[in-house]
Design a protein around this ligand. Structure first.
Ligand code: GLY
Ligand code: MN
Ligand code: MN
Length: 430
């Protein structure tokens, strides 16, 4: 999509938000809503701050992920006012603000101070943001019932948001290609991270989350957080879970690549890939997301049997006895938007058989979700099964071998449409 079209969509997006927020404010009796962009907290006992990424509702309106100490005022029937912190400062630079059409739909003012602007005549005011940042601002801070309704405004993505998510996928897919090539060329986790950053043109601190780059057994730690500087002696597997932000919007993509000569692991990756595509095919309006999660367990059971990991137990028993949960311990996915785990996924708590599932709702057009089945060889989860009463059904030699490959996850970003779904990651060539 050309930039002009994207920018035109952003103006429509702001109009839609104005209507959605207005409805929520009036329903809760507020005359105005002041949104803080946030501020990076300082490290205790230090003069350095943590990396900064803006507060979700601020990004929902502006997409300005790196803009600290700024404020946005929303009032029913009035043009939003955005106070951007742009100090005269010889230590730090200010963010560039290219002239774009959205600035006709929002009144932009620049401030030199970090404190909220005076709101004396704003009437009954709700103020939302990190409690530490809004502490001194008069008004109701983070009122719970209003927040629930505001989170709901983020569930059904506007065409502008979908367009941003498309771009976030396209950019991340380039990074994943570079990462795979670097792994196959014998690169280390650190070199894979550099290749990903170079290809996406994004430093890691700006990404929606720190990339998860696990070579060999590291792929078996779900959120593996370190990088080996040296390449592996034998490159058996790569799991990379990495996204980018585009105008505030996140991609969240995982790919697993087997090393050369890893036939058994490669077959399992292929099996999980087929399962993942089937699960993506289930995404449609009216579908219970929990049903997709449960279907994943059936698929994992079938894969474990087909790979010779287990024998003499039928698929149903593998699911019912909790065996599949030891191999696939996380949820099938979550909402995606200006936060990687976007809000409002759980109107009800997760069911007992899926404690880590972050989304338990029925799918509707405009929702954007991830579909991310995994199959891992995690010693601490497998030990009770292998050493327990079912242990004799498992091929310990095969599991010991696969443990060296860590695990598999394959994750795409999928939009629910009026009659089915669009897989943004596959559309981007991922
Ligand atoms: N990247 C974290 C997740 O997939 O949820
Ligand atoms: Mn992910
Ligand atoms: Mn995810």
């Amino acid at each position: 999509m050309p930039d002009t079209e994207l920018l035109a969509l952003q103006t429509d997006h702001i109009q839609t938000l104005q209507q959605r927020y207005q409805k929520a404010l009036l329903a809760h009796g507020y005359d105005g809503l002041l949104i803080s962009s946030g501020a990076a907290p300082m490290r205790y006992g230090d003069d350095q701050s943590y990396p900064f990424q803006g507060y979700g509702p601020f990004l929902h309106w502006t997409g300005l992920a790196g803009q600290e100490h700024s404020w946005l005022l929303i009032r029913p029937g009035r043009t939003p006012v955005l106070w951007l912190y742009q100090p005269v400062d010889f230590w730090h630079a200010n963010l560039d603000l290219p002239e774009e059409p959205w600035q006709q739909a929002v009144e932009v003012r620049f401030i030199q101070h970090r404190e909220a602007p005076s709101m004396e005549r704003a009437g009954k005011l709700a103020v939302i943001g990190d409690p530490a940042t809004v502490a001194q601002v008069p008004g109701d801070h983070n009122p719970g019932r209003l927040l629930v309704d505001l989170e709901e405004t983020r569930v059904h993505k506007t065409p502008y948001e979908i367009a941003c998510l498309v771009r976030a996928n396209e950019i991340a897919v380039c990074g994943h290609r570079a990462a795979r090539d670097t792994f196959l060329g014998g690169g280390s986790e650190f070199e894979i991270s550099l290749a990903y950053q170079r290809a996406t043109g994004q430093r890691e601190a700006e990404a929606p989350y720190q990339s998860i780059i696990g070579v060999n057994e590291h792929a078996g730690t779900l959120h593996y957080q370190f990088y080996d500087i040296d390449g592996p002696a034998r490159a058996r597997s790569l799991l990379i879970d990495a996204g980018v932000r585009f105008r505030g919007y996140c991609s969240d993509i995982t790919r697993t690549t087997p090393g050369a000569g890893e036939g058994r692991f490669a077959a399992l990756v292929q099996g999980l890939e087929q399962l993942q595509r089937r699960l993506c095919g289930m995404v449609a309006p009216g579908v219970d997301y929990v049903a997709i999660h449960r279907k994943t367990h059936d698929g994992i059971a079938a894969l474990l049997s087909a790979a010779g990991v287990v024998s003499g137990l039928d698929d149903e028993a593998l699911v019912e006895q909790g065996v599949t949960r030891a191999f696939f311990p996380h949820g099938i996915g979550h909402y995606l938007g200006v936060q990687v785990h976007d809000v409002a996924g759980k109107r009800e708590p997760s069911p007992a058989d899926a404690p880590f599932l972050r989304l338990t709702r029925t799918l509707e057009p405009g929702m954007v979700v991830t579909i991310e089945p995994g199959l891992y060889f995690i010693p601490s989860l497998l030990a009770p099964i292998l050493d327990g009463p079912l242990g004799g059904h498992f091929n310990h030699a095969v599991i010991d071998d696969l443990r060296g490959c860590g695990g598999i996850r394959i994750e795409d970003n999928v939009v629910v449409t009026d009659d089915g779904a669009r897989n943004l990651t596959r559309e981007a060539g991922g």
